[in-house]
Design a protein around this ligand. Structure first.
Ligand SMILES: *Cc1c(COP(=O)(O)O)cnc(C)c1O
Length: 361
């Protein structure tokens, strides 16, 4: 028996098979099919959003967002995220400018953004790390002062809310991932959410090669479409997502209770955020303590993950050096413990016992 940091939720196979029958009878398997349309509708309804598109991955979502805004020059971003955040900026031909993170939430430190803005800055791309929202109000205020668009990497944020609305509702564009490792998934997949109908139109164009008609192309585009098979998985999983969110909250509370008193801390939740418990991060007092815990857990076939290590400001393909002392200090000490729908309380007890034991030496 092996316990990984996450385990993909799968719906009852009969529910997926029903969609397969429909797909076969229509013979329509990709290119804006009826199930893709239905998934987009259900997501918008459920999340209270007007402008959302289903795309092929979270990474494509980021790339499409950057292209739709026609960004040039520098993009202010965070060193504490998955590599796709930084790589998509560079892929688009912009330069990432790393602003350090807040030590409590591990999100970009909104108070430090303004000092990093220059005449080359064209946007802010921040990640809602682990699904905990950024200080959205502060980021919006600084973006408005400087006339900069905001893109959120909301790959972790399905089910999280900020000031009563889905986290996806904030920023000019939110890009999210529906990858199999995420809380809500479509096997592979992602979503882009726009604030305005004009931006939605741009995103839709870029998703489909820039086609405005079979023979006309308005802008550089990409194949960011997703298939009926992926949409079908999403439609099945949507019926379980409330339950998934509830179970995660319970598991996370159990972790909190069992980890109490140990020499470690949990990142804090941003004021105004109703958290989805997508991950279970803990911050140890030293990297040495973390490595001892990893060794003990691994020995017992339990595989936590070092999300996110190393700091993205250390990526070898960056052209500039950035001072991100908070991220440099915390990234080596943070570990994501296993959390997923079928994880049991007894398994959490065992994980916490092992952590406690390895921290005592
Ligand atoms: C998963 C993830 C992505 C990429 O999403 P994919 O669907 O795997 O392409 C981007 N950013 C963050 C923060 C992620 O965790």
């Amino acid at each position: 028996m092996q316990i990984n940091v996450t385990k993909t939720f799968l719906p009852p196979i009969a529910e997926y098979e029903r969609y397969l029958q429909d797909i076969w009878s229509r013979g329509w398997i990709t290119n804006h099919g009826p199930l893709v349309n239905e998934l987009e509708l259900q997501l918008k309804e459920r999340l209270g959003l007007d402008y959302l598109l289903f795309v092929s991955s979270g990474t494509t979502a980021l790339q499409i967002a950057l292209r739709a805004l026609d960004l040039e020059g520098d993009v202010i971003t965070t060193p504490f995220s998955y590599v796709a955040t930084t790589a998509s900026i560079i892929w688009h031909g912009c330069e990432p400018v790393m602003v350090d993170i807040a030590p409590d939430t591990l999100n970009i430190d909104a108070q430090k953004i303004e000092a990093a803005i220059t005449e080359r800055t064209s946007a802010i791309l921040a990640t809602h790390v682990y699904g905990n929202s950024c200080d959205i109000a502060a980021i919006q205020a600084v973006a408005e002062r400087h006339g900069l668009p905001v893109i959120y990497d909301a790959a972790h944020a399905f089910g999280s809310r900020y000031r009563g609305r889905t986290v996806f509702a904030y920023g000019d564009i939110s890009a999210t991932s529906f990858h199999a490792t995420k809380l809500f998934h479509t096997i592979e997949g992602g979503g882009v959410i726009a604030r305005t109908p004009e931006l939605l139109r741009r995103l839709a164009l870029v998703r489909n090669f820039g086609h405005t008609s079979p023979t006309d192309f308005e802008c550089v585009g990409i194949n960011g479409k997703n298939s009926e098979f992926h949409a079908a998985m999403g439609l099945c999983n949507l019926n379980y997502v409330d339950k998934i969110l509830q179970v995660r909250a319970d598991l996370s509370a159990h972790y909190d209770q069992k980890l109490k008193g140990l020499p470690l801390r949990r990142p804090s939740i941003t004021p105004g955020c109703d958290y989805n418990h997508a991950y279970c991060p803990v911050i140890f007092e030293s990297e040495e303590a973390l490595l001892r815990v990893v060794e003990t857990l691994t020995f017992h076939n339990i595989f936590p993950r070092r999300y996110f290590y190393p700091s993205l400001s250390r990526l070898r393909y960056l052209n500039r050096e950035f001072r991100t002392p908070v991220c440099d200090d915390i990234a080596p000490r943070v570990l994501c413990l296993p959390i997923y729908h079928s994880l049991s309380l007894e398994e959490i007890d065992m994980i916490c016992r092992l952590i406690s034991r390895s921290l005592r030496y």
